[in-house]
Design a protein around this ligand. Sequence first.
Ligand code: ADP
Length: 475
Amino acid sequence: MKVLFVVWEVDPFFKLGGLGDIARSLPGALINSGVDIRVITPYYKVEKMGRNKKQKIATFSFLYARRKQKVEIWETLHPFTKVPCYFLKNKKYLDKATLTETWGFFDKAVIEILKRNLLNWEPEILHLNDRHCGLIPLLVKAEKLPVKTMMTIHNLAYQGKSPISILTDMGIDHSIVKITKWEIKSHQVNFLMEGIIHSDIVTVVSPTYSKEILTEEFGQGLNEILVGMEGRIFGILNGIDIDWRYNKLDHSVKFPYNLSEKIVDGRKYLNWKDGKKLNKHFLQKKLGLKIDENIPVLCFIGRFDARQKGLDIMHTMLRRNADNMKYQIVILGSGDKDWEERYMWFSTFYPKYISCNLKFDESLAHQIYAGSDFILVPSLYEPCGLIQMIAMLFGTVPIAHDTGGLSDSIKDNFNGFLFEKYSSEALEKTVNKALDLWRNDKERFNKIVENALISDFTWNKSAKEYISLYEKLLS
Ligand code: ADP
């Protein structure tokens, strides 16, 4: 089974969020299950190639926006998973990850590669990820390429609405693309919608989210289209790669630990209670918080996305609690500038209790996972969410909104806490309940930590589900 995994970011080369993690770990799990999978992605200027051996395997040109554009294909093996990765280099369109008009270029380049068999390997399935690859299924149809398409939506909110002129730049004849006819009226093309409509199969990243997106509330304007496709939409929960933890993640963590003490590759892992205590002390000291093991430490790690990540209800709760803090909170994230400013204000006035770190810093992220007692995931919606799973790997207990992949990965009062209503009051009530357990019923709290530590978020089950969908596509 030959699968080309097409994606816009791949950790550790380049990562903006969870998608980068998935592009590392899912192909890794699939190759281990015998799938001949390869990854293709743009070669940005900021790509961290490290000491990876890479080689240029082809150079080709095609017309884009009426000009001839040259593209180089570079190949390397992924440093952790050994999955072959192809990087597409073009100065004008693929140097920067931020330019939306470049997606069309990337999509067209992938199609040209397939048409000319430049990889010397012909995939049977294109596994496409998010809006960046949205026009590929339509081009596959237009070019009548003998390949099946699966589109995985990691977040329906990001649809990639772009000026319709991009179709002309790509050389797409409007008349062969039925669906764009009504879009032409708004002079926009919706990349994700095109991807959904023209793919053979659509998947989203958790079973609960696959049902939520069929509703007006979560459908982001595409719910009617998605309802019309019922039967072709599947929800598969993302996983995380545990082995990677021993490679990379724990090297930022000062005192690695596990459920119980053990030696892995000559490195000593403490039991979780000792490890948590030492890492918490380290974190409090590093961030200038009051050093006290009897103060519970909460954390938040994520993009500052005002419409998704629950910044509003968390902020309202902190406003209420700030003058009489019974916990400390460490925040790591960046994005929306207004919210960054509002959170920074807390840090300035309550430096011993609230630490805001407005940046992308993976080492610090792992030190925070390791040194905190709880992680807050107050997202309004969450297609899957990885932070709660990574946190549980560290025995850091999630307190999360009962939605999407959070509902599928957290069992209330078992390995975390869930609140139903999206409000600062519901969040605060659940935080208080969790803190009460932490302070007054260590035995029950420790059981929750241990349940979190042994929760199975490996890719084993989900990789099998992807493979059976691949088989379905080919049958
Ligand atoms: P999303 O995909 O919506 O960004 P996820 O929970 O699926 O959210 O994944 C977020 C990933 O990005 C996790 O690996 C998390 O540790 C990482 N991350 C998010 N924000 C930061 C940050 N500011 N610094 C370092 N890592 C971050």
